[in-house]
Design a protein around this ligand. Structure first.
Ligand code: AMP
Length: 172
């Protein structure tokens, strides 16, 4: 079942830069059976874990995060690129597998002690998720786990997220 999900994700070589093999999840998202299976398999892991909020990372993380939150009966928090959130924000800067960027969160998005699940599509170097971890920690959220559809293992991104637990449904 997991192999089927892995096979439906499209590899796009040299996007957005030469040498990067982009894991394109749009092919998984548009397939109703695969999308439901992905959400069920990931969500099942957190049933009963009292997740209050799922934090989705712009942009594909919104899709994973919102679907997981719905399944878990949790709320959704969005972490966005700079200048997109309308209210007061905290900001974190990080390096990507291909460049550098910043992310923002509303300063009142998470209350102290809320159980938080961080969600995104792909874990590569871990720079993005570690920036999100710092934002959640700034708001005193309790990070239960960081969850990804897939993980590019050779980039060892999960090391950057230590000591927080990391789950990925698929290994690339
Ligand atoms: P990183 O910060 O290096 O872990 O990169 C993770 C973020 O960049 C995620 O939001 C991914 O959507 C995106 N990303 C990085 N590398 C890839 C890749 N090879 N394929 C698909 N998405 C990627």
């Amino acid at each position: 079942m997991v192999d089927e999900l892995k096979n439906i994700i499209r590899d796009v070589p040299d996007f957005p830069k030469k040498g990067i093999i982009f894991k394109d999840i749009t092919t998984l998202l548009k397939d109703a059976v695969s999308f439901q299976r992905m959400v069920d398999l990931m969500g099942h892991r957190y049933v009963g874990k009292r997740i209050d909020l799922v934090v989705g990372i712009e942009a594909r993380g919104f899709l994973v995060g919102a679907a997981l939150a719905y399944k878990l009966g949790a709320g959704v928090v969005i972490v966005r690129k700079p200048g997109k959130l309308p209210y007061k924000t905290h900001k974190a800067t990080y390096s990507l597998e291909y460049g550098e960027d910043s992310l923002e969160i509303h300063e009142d998005a998470i209350s102290k002690g809320h159980n938080v699940l961080i969600a995104d599509d792909v874990l590569a170097t871990g720079g993005t998720a570690s920036a999100v971890i710092s934002l959640v920690e700034k708001l005193s959220g309790n990070i239960v786990e960081c969850a990804f559809i897939g993980e590019i293992e050779e980039l060892k991104g999960r090391r950057k997220l230590e000591p927080h637990p990391v789950f990925s449904l698929l290994k690339f």
